[in-house]
Design a protein around this ligand. Structure first.
Ligand SMILES: Cc1ncc(C[n+]2csc(CCOP(=O)(O)OP(=O)(O)O)c2C)c(N)n1
Ligand SMILES: [Mg+2]
Length: 1012
């Protein structure tokens, strides 16, 4: 039976044009197969089938305008079941949930009734301050202890929760506590014990400590300018060692590997371990911070410089935590999309307590909890110090962090006190010890560790008679030995074990340590620890003795490294542990298969003229991506990333087509569920819709753009953002992306200072290309026409994802609608587009005076209009060049110039700019929608007179026309400037320029736009 398939509700799309028919008569279609593509003035979307059947007749043709309810085609149905989309698929669930909610509400009502009744009978008062009835308190506490010992912690937790809830219902205003007491989260009896050989592990750790300090000291002895850090790793050695010996699994052919973000300036410790493992030799340790000669070791983790070693750049504080969160999230994305198996891999991030002050460090912790990232573990090394002094002299960083992370829904494990404290805390029957622990501020804790046992006895335990008594049988030496949790391998092991087993939330381990641990007078817990990079002989002797490093005095004086023999128990143990955990860490490798670039003709439709039809390059991009999504090879690998601007960019069609990633799927029926562009969230959704969070979106992009190494799968991330909120906003992350060897596309949409009408100073980007040019492996383009965009994009796919070049692309697209010409037939056009410029038009009618006009982005169109006026009104000929990338031209120019200067005796190479322009006639006038510096970049690479125009200064809101006039890049200014340039070059009389200035009402006395 023949049935009709109609245009569904297409939201705001009314009377829109059909631009593609994707099926033909006789085709067998099924639900979700794309049928036609429609396009409004700002976006294009596919209309998918909602039925299954055979097409009998197609009622539309390309160019038709359609609205909701119009007939698309007739088909014969293959079954007479209802169209699958007629009932929203979640409706039943929703009804069920609603019914349950009503039932719950009834229960609640009953409860409230009960409580209102009870309210009259009892009133709980919470009194701050002194205990008014210690006996009663004791009763409660003993009851609690009984519950814990009889029914366990969970039961105790339940009862306390019930009590608190009850208190709230009774109207008691219980003060909010975000903190637990200043003691370890895991009580000693609940600690899981390590199976490792503690003695041997201690010896190994001591050697790593020594060698790590030695490499810094040796480097600085040679070249005092080199710098380096000893104190940070000294404080973190145990935290790393326990992970290396027992927890962190390496990547190999059976397992994907845990991903560890090492704290940037603890790098010497990682090198020192790799030395014992035989991965680095003495010579390499001796070239710490001397990387210019190949084989040197980088100061901090830099994958660019040590691509087989470091995986993540972390030293710019705050980026590590954020990147790690999005890395863990992206790992789940890959699992949920079926790209990788769920093997229980973890992402660990080591962070400094000072680093946690960076807004970026804590900025995404809510997301980590919301997305239940139980594959994420933060370890915050709280040595209480940063660079200049204490992190929280007057407060307690550990408690502050605990509150923030607990409040955000993380599993918090505090590792404050070492095992020597266990018996003291157990004997603290009056609670005075914990009271002092709570009262003492970090400034005092730090000062104590810079002194000795007698000082601690007096200042800490001496506060109350009860605590003085508690340590009366301990010597000052014993007191000094009371260790901090982060230096106790047992406590650290127990915390890591618990973190590994945690389900449903991310974990943060907050460990207390001592900065410069073991460095003694030279740098233990003193404010200058951070900068200590030289140790004198006495300090070195002390350090050796402190950790029992088997070196003679002479060897210490020579600051020799120590590596036991291969057959020694230490080396055997260390290697065995790593073997058991699958290999060495850190190690960077990739086994990702390349993605074949799409066939050359996939974008052929973008080589045609759009005729009357006007569209923006952003829209052309969406068209292009829509057609890429039909390429079975490429489509699944695309990772569109959008920071809450999909509708701005006309990308809302992606929501339905490929879904928005949501780890819990969609628990609600979206308000617009009946529409074609409905907000469809799905567990296997492809789009990363990041919300208003450019830094997060960029972190996601980096995770996807490095999936080829971290997950051995090549992905194609395309992050589309408001260009002004791109590099300018997240510049340091873009720099880290370069270091990480990210591969993918960044699209700066709504780009250009005068292109984004109305929005004003904060929105108008006139410099992102200049920032992009500062990143050596970023390739950037500012295309004007759709075929340029297609050519650039396809080449990007080929270079990055097929040829695996470690580059990333920044392409600007605009939101200005105009018609696009067909691609010039000249065979050099494609090469020119990719190299950065090609001749797009020539005016040669008069053959008297000529000018070379270089335009980029939307200003190319102004340039073409100006050329027409120059020809018509002033008989000036011109060549017009479309400059797709001043940045790429400059790179080529620099390289050629350098070659020529270094090879004075050889035949001169010619830069591409010179190749294009040297034989042309007339001076050059270049302009873009960016600062003059953009086009100025190629000035040195031509011998011709060169003048550049651009949008220098703050943007402001107005129409495009007025903005271009203001910045003097509209066609009228270009004509006037062009004539003036020709006059200056004495090719025409100056009166023509003056005439034009008058004709176009150009105020020659107007101040420079940079001053307005
Ligand atoms: C964004 C940024 N700002 C400043 C620095 C310079 N810097 C390096 S280490 C450091 C102090 C770090 O203190 P903390 O995070 O507590 O680490 P610790 O060495 O104490 O473990 C500073 C300010 C940096 N690396 N990155
Ligand atoms: Mg610190």
């Amino acid at each position: 039976m023949s049935e009709k398939l109609l245009v569904p509700d297409i939201g705001e799309f009314e009377d829109v044009e059909v631009i593609e028919i994707l099926v033909k008569v006789g085709d067998q279609i099924k639900n979700n197969d794309p049928l036609i593509t429609i396009e409004s003035d700002k976006s294009s979307v596919e209309i998918p089938s909602t039925v299954s059947g055979k097409i009998e007749k197609i009622e539309l043709k390309v160019g038709d305008k359609v609205s909701k309810g119009d007939l698309i085609l007739n088909y014969s149905s293959s079954s007479n079941s209802l169209p699958e989309s007629s009932l929203p698929k979640d409706t039943e669930n929703i009804i069920k949930q609603a019914e349950e909610a009503i039932a719950n509400k009834k229960d609640e009502e009953i409860n409230t009734k009960e409580t209102t009744l009870e309210k009259k009978q009892s009133k709980i008062e919470v009194i701050n301050g002194a205990d008014i009835d210690p006996l009663e308190t004791n009763d409660w506490l003993e009851s609690l202890s009984a519950v814990i010992s009889k029914d366990g912690n969970q039961r105790a937790h339940f009862l306390i929760k019930e009590l608190i809830n009850k208190a709230y219902r009774e109207g008691a205003n219980i003060p909010y506590t975000q903190n637990t007491p200043y003691i370890n989260t895991i009580p000693p009896e609940a600690e899981v014990k390590s199976s490792g050989d503690q003695n041997i592990e201690r010896r190994i750790r001591s050697l790593i400590r020594w060698n790590s300090a030695a490499m810094v000291v040796r480097a600085n002895k040679k070249f005092p300018e080199l710098g380096g850090h000893i104190g940070t790793f000294a404080s973190a050695a145990t935290l790393y060692d326990v992970g290396m010996n027992h927890f962190w699994r390496a990547k190999n052919n059976r397992f994907g590997g845990d991903l560890i973000y090492f704290q940037g300036h603890s790098a010497p410790g990682m090198y020192a371990r790799a030395f014992l493992e035989g991965r680095l030799n003495e010579k390499q340790l001796d070239s710490f911070r001397q990387e210019v000669k190949p084989g040197g070791l980088s100061s901090y983790p830099h994958p660019w410089l040590m691509p087989k070693f470091w995986q993540f750049p972390t030293v710019s504080m705050g980026l590590g935590p954020m990147l790690a969160i999005y890395q863990a999230r992206y790992m789940k994305y890959l699992i949920n999309r079926g790209f990788i198996k769920d093997e229980g891999r973890k992402v660990w991030a080591f962070l400094g307590d000072g680093e946690m002050d960076e807004p970026e460090s804590m900025g995404a912790i809510g997301l980590a909890a919301r997305e239940n990232l139980d594959n994420l573990i933060f370890v915050i090394n709280c040595n209480l110090q940063r660079l200049d002094g204490p992190v929280r002299g007057n407060g307690k960083i550990i408690q502050e962090l605990e509150g923030s992370f607990r409040g955000s829904g993380w599993n918090v494990i505090k590792v404050i006190w070492g095992s020597y404290w266990d018996s003291l805390i157990a004997n603290d029957r009056t609670g005075h010890l914990v009271k002092i622990m709570n009262e003492t501020v970090d400034g005092e804790y730090q000062a104590m560790k810079a002194r000795d046992g007698a000082y601690v006895r007096e200042k800490f335990f001496g506060k109350y008679p009860e605590t003085s008594e508690l340590v009366s049988s301990l010597s000052d030496k014993d007191i000094w030995r009371l260790n901090r949790g982060g230096h106790d391998p047992h406590k650290v092991y127990a915390a890591y074990d618990k973190a590994m087993k945690n389900k449903g939330s991310p974990t943060v381990i907050i460990a207390k340590t001592i900065k410069g641990y073991g460095m003694g007078k030279s740098g233990e817990s003193v404010n200058t620890t951070h900068q200590t990079k030289k140790l004198d002989v006495d300090d070195l002797m002390y350090y050796r003795d402190r950790f029992d490093v088997p070196l003679t005095d002479e060897q210490v004086r020579n600051i020799e490294y120590f590596k036991p023999e291969e057959k020694s128990p230490e080396i055997k143990y260390l290697k065995e542990r790593r073997l058991k955990l699958g290999g060495f860490l850190p190690e960077r490798s990739t086994f990702a298969k390349p993605i074949k670039a799409p066939s050359k003709n996939i974008f052929d439709f973008m080589k045609e003229s759009t005729g009357e039809k006007e569209m923006s390059t952003t829209m052309a991009l969406v068209r292009m991506l829509t057609s890429l999504m039909r390429d079975k090879n490429i489509s699944p690998r695309l990772v569109p990333i959008i920071p809450d601007e999909a509708r701005t960019f006309g990308m809302e069609g992606f929501f339905q087509k490929i879904g928005i990633y949501a780890h819990e799927g969609q628990k609600y029926e979206p308000e617009d569920s009946a529409q074609l562009t409905s907000y469809r969230e799905e567990k296997s959704g492809q789009v990363l819709e990041e919300g208003i969070n450019e830094a997060g979106a960029m972190s996601s992009w980096i995770a996807a753009a490095t999936a080829y190494t971290n997950h051995d799968i090549e992905m194609i991330p395309i992050y589309t953002f408001y260009s002004m909120f791109g590099f300018q906003r997240i510049g340091d992350l873009a720099w880290a992306a370069g270091d990480s060897q990210a591969r993918g596309f960044l699209i700066g949409a709504t780009a250009g200072r005068t292109t984004l009408a109305g929005e004003g100073l904060q929105h108008q980007d006139g410099h992102s290309h200049l920032i992009a040019s500062t990143i050596p492996n970023c390739v950037s383009y500012d295309p004007t026409f759709h075929y340029e965009l297609a050519t650039i994009f396809r080449e990007g796919l080929r270079r990055m994802h097929e040829k695996k070049e470690n580059i990333f692309y920044y392409i600007t697209t605009m939101n200005e609608n105009y018609s696009h010409p067909e691609m010039p037939k000249d065979k050099n056009t494609e090469e020119g587009i990719l190299k950065g410029m090609y001749k797009i038009k020539e005016f040669n009618k008069y053959k008297k005076t000529k000018i070379q006009l270089l335009g980029s982005g939307t200003i190319l169109r102004e340039m073409i209009s100006a050329a027409e006026i120059l020809q018509k009104d002033y008989q000036i000929d011109s060549d017009i060049w479309s400059v797709t990338s001043f940045n790429e031209l400059r790179k080529d120019g620099m390289e050629v110039e350098r070659y020529n200067l270094l090879n004075p005796d050889k035949e001169k190479k010619i830069s591409y700019v010179e190749k294009c322009l040297s034989k042309t006639e007339g001076p050059i006038m270049a302009a873009s929608d960016y600062m003059r510096m953009n086009s100025d970049q190629i000035r040195p690479y031509t011998n011709k007179s060169f003048y550049s125009l651009g949008a220098d200064g703050f943007g402001r809101s107005d129409t495009r026309k007025n903005l271009r006039k203001f910045f003097e890049v509209d066609k009228e200014h270009l004509v006037a400037y062009g004539l003036s340039i020709l006059a200056k070059e004495q090719l025409i009389a100056s009166k023509y320029a003056k005439d034009a200035i008058n004709k176009y009402n150009i105020d020659s006395n107007k101040p420079m736009p940079t001053k307005l």
